[in-house]
Design a protein around this ligand. Structure first.
Ligand code: 13P
Length: 252
């Protein structure tokens, strides 16, 4: 049986940026994509405070809204946290978990990430699970080993191609303007694809593997063309609609 190639996803991670003044950007984005034939899905992940507003200004468009993190519990005494249920209630269809900034700033472990992904699934959200090596790990030849360890530890039971997306984000490429070469991206993504087959069987072939880290309009086409790259997770360049469109153009 010929396996179908997963439909790509271009997701924007606004990180801790955006107040209501920023709503003009998703509105512009929705306008610019109206009537355009797209070969990918588009997702915008604003701060949780803006999820519902972003969804409202993009009403009628195909663009979906996501969260940037969630707690593994549905509710309870977790001051400052947001649950997957809450994100779903705010109109989100997906949530990023295990971003390297969460792993570093909040000491999140693979085990915690797996619990968060499981909670996302239970709430009916797609979990976008981030993995990726530091510069030291890359320099010492451990990029593939780190990807395998993080993937195995962060992928929850019950993960399917429909409810799970993997984002490979080398920590040293995030916000630095540096990117791995296309060959290096292809090497890690193909390694992840093989690991997914080992962990999930046939379903692994349908899981989208996004590349993230300094994706810009100028490098999107070549990065997106690398083997086993099924889209992008974009930080800085997702904050301005024309830049984000410039990346989505890789799939127009
Ligand atoms: P930049 O695109 O700003 O490098 O950020 C990538 C990222 O961390 C997306 O989650």
């Amino acid at each position: 049986m010929v396996k179908s190639v997963p439909r790509p996803l271009v997701a924007g991670n606004w990180k801790m940026n955006g107040t209501t003044a920023m709503l003009k950007e998703p509105r512009l984005l929705a306008g610019m994509l109206r009537g355009v034939k797209l070969k990918c899905e588009v997702l915008v992940c604003p701060p949780a405070t803006l999820a519902r507003r972003v969804k409202a200004v993009m009403k009628g468009s195909r663009i979906k809204v996501g969260g940037q993190d969630c707690h593994w519990n549905v509710s309870g005494a977790h001051t400052g946290d947001v649950s997957a249920e809450m994100l779903k209630d705010a109109g989100c269809t997906a949530v990023i978990v295990g971003h390297s900034e969460r792993r570093t700033n909040h000491a999140e472990t693979d085990d915690m990430v797996a619990k968060k992904a499981k909670a996302a699934h239970a709430a009916g959200l797609i979990a976008i699970i981030c993995i990726g090596e530091t510069l030291d790990q890359r320099k010492s030849g451990k990029a593939l080993e780190v990807a395998s360890t993080q993937l195995k530890g962060s992928l929850p039971e019950g993960a399917t191609a429909a409810n799970t997306v993997i984002a490979y984000e080398p920590v040293w490429a995030i916000g630095t303007g540096l990117t791995p070469t296309v060959a290096e991206v292809a090497e890690v993504h193909t390694h992840i694809r093989n690991d997914l087959a080992k962990l999930m069987g046939d379903a692994g072939a349908g899981v989208r593997i996004l590349y993230g880290g300094s994706v810009k309009p100028s490098n999107a086409s070549e990065l997106m063309a690398a083997a086993n790259v099924n889209g992008a997770l974009v930080g800085g360049a997702s904050l301005k609609a024309p830049d984000f469109i410039g990346i989505i153009k890789a799939y127009m």
